[in-house]
Write a protein that binds this ligand. Sequence first.
Ligand code: UD1
Ligand code: CA
Length: 467
Amino acid sequence: MYCNEMASRMAVEVVVLAAGAGTRMRSAVPKVLHPLGGRPLLAHVLDTAGNLQPNRIHVVVGEQSDRVRACFSDHSGLSWVLQESRRGTGHALGKAIPEVSDNSTVVVLFGDAPLTSADTAGRCVRESGDGVAVAIAQLDDPTGFGRILRDDDGRIVGIVEERDASEAQKSITEVNTGVLAASKSLLEDLVGSLRPDNEQGEYYLTDVVALAAKRGLRVSSVTADPEESLGVNDRAQLAQLERIHQRREASRLMAAGVTLVDPDRIDIRGSVSAGHDCVIDVNVVFEGEVSLGEGVNIGPGCVIRDSVLGDGVRVEPMSAIDGASVAAGCRIGPFARLRPGTELGESVHIGNFVETKKASLGAGTKANHLAYLGDASVGEGSNIGAGSVTCNYDGVDKHRTEIGDGVFVGTNATLVAPLVVEDEAYIGAGSTITTKVGRKDLAVGRGRQRNIQGWTPPAKRKRRTKE
Ligand code: UD1
Ligand code: CA
């Protein structure tokens, strides 16, 4: 991979600028923690940074820095830099530069631009040489972006921010994406020369381009896909980027051999891996890490989180699956709810309005309607009747129900845990079972039926009418 080759040729360090106030988000949550595809914006940028295989990643934080750092506490090898007062992108980079090792090439990424690719950033590193390289994009609507200024020979001579641009400059459609690369020593020098002489009174990182050009240094550009340039400054842009992200995820799944009934109506908030010939109907939401085997079929309106579904599993409409492991050939739903700790063996059937939690069900077991199985284990080939419930909670503690193989639990059984029901036992409908049921035993725990003959039902009294 070229990234490896690049790393061996030059030491790369990434600086991610993530200290902005995010004022336009109007939020108590730091901008870079807002989710895109279920993960913080900053997580996407750190993925890109990581793909460059840098020696180090520096993250400049300001607003609620503790909160941002806490969110990435399990991400090893990050060097955090604090920018206490927010005085512009150039000022932010200036805070990080002293932390960067000498003789490295620095790549700057923006924490609010989650679609930037490692390919674009890597090309900037290779193009930078003794000068500066910037990633640019051609946009139909360049509003809000820094515009690329060129001289008559087409050489880049500067970047002007929207607020400082003349009307003529505003008509330029070539924009700065924010990705920039140069050697540490050059950036240290250039950033030290920045002046806040602009409309916002900030130290603009973009001004290093004009400074380099004035010194006769080469300013190279790398053209990025227009989508990569998009940043999140407000909620509308966040929604726009979310759609782009979802469309990319959908394309990836389709390329892997998955049929999406409508690629615009699937949401992946995390990551999904899938075998060939899965079919995913509309309005399915995936969260966390989900793995689908081959030929899995998911009906409309399902929500599937942190779960593994084996080959040929069928999930009927409107089912919620969370933290479950579902073996090949199972049939789930419609309207089923599998909660964390659910483990289903092969060809288990879970029907409508059945809820499971911390429950293992052996191969071929069926709970087809209206049941609750919590803190329970059920063997193979058992049948759980409609309306049957494990009473796992006594108000203080949770208790387990252990049901063996080939057990028949009749309709509306109340199984009071802790309870053991041995293999091939039979539980009569409507029973309340509180003590162990032995192998092959029939347990019936209900009031006997009495038929009272000649009984006179209460008659309606005649209403007296006023005379
Ligand atoms: C910036 C660029 C603009 C470019 C656009 C692309 C500058 C001056 N402008 O504008 O040319 O077209 O991005 O999206 O660089 N940040 C800090 N500390 C600060 C200020 C900002 O860390 O003091 C961080 C922000 O968190 C953000 C990034 O730098 O992640 C960019 O800042 P932002 O204010 O969003 O710049 P734009 O106005 O979008
Ligand atoms: Ca921005």
